[in-house]
Design a binder for this molecule. Structure first.
Ligand code: GDP
Ligand code: MG
Length: 166
């Protein structure tokens, strides 16, 4: 099995940390500089049963008016071409404008979207489910996986869920 997965989410939700944790070492191609390149490869994960290419989707959280025409079509291109989308959110924060823009974009694609509720380590146990719930209601997600990218919680579940769409 092999395929392409777009990783989206507004800044600071933990996308880079997630990629690093998945890869297990700091070999991911990453940068926090503004990117204009289409389909920037974040990392390629090779496992016995699957090869997954994770792609960045720069600017996806920005209001359409603020994004240039080129970037606009790059975002659309990426979202149409991948096998699935990982939408990363911060469990400790309520959905904001960044999330709403992303959901708006996602509603125009047919790709399955997996909601990745990150940073569950920052929440009290009983606050985790309500946090997941709030985000789940935003969109008809193909799957929902709570994780901690930093503490490496539930990453196997996330990979398992992701591989379904390769
Ligand atoms: P990005 O902008 O989406 O790529 O986010 P980063 O990966 O750069 O992470 C932003 C901040 O959140 C950093 O300080 C990370 O250490 C922190 N962070 C990322 N994942 C987690 C997590 O699972 N738990 C906690 N507590 N912090 C996290
Ligand atoms: Mg980053």
């Amino acid at each position: 099995k092999s395929g392409f997965i777009a990783v989206i989410g507004r800044p600071n939700v933990g996308k880079s940390t997630l990629i690093n944790s998945l890869i297990g070492q700091k070999i991911a191609i990453m940068s926090d500089k503004p990117q204009t390149t289409r389909n920037r490869i974040l990392c390629i994960l090779t496992q016995p049963d699957a090869q997954v290419v994770f792609l960045d989707t720069p600017g996806v959280h920005k209001p359409m008016k603020k994004l240039g025409e080129y970037m606009e079509s790059a975002v659309e291109g990426t979202l149409q071409e991948v096998d699935a989308v990982l939408f990363v959110v911060d469990a400790a924060e309520k959905p904001g404008p960044g999330e709403r823009y992303i959901v708006e974009r996602l509603s125009k694609t047919k790709q399955p979207v997996i909601l990745v509720v990150n940073k569950i380590d920052t929440l009290e146990r009983e606050a985790v489910l309500p946090a997941i719930d709030v985000y789940s209601k935003l969109y008809d997600f193909a799957g929902v996986v709570p994780i901690s990218a930093r503490e490496k919680i539930n990453l196997d579940d996330l990979l398992g869920e992701t591989k379904k769409y390769l």
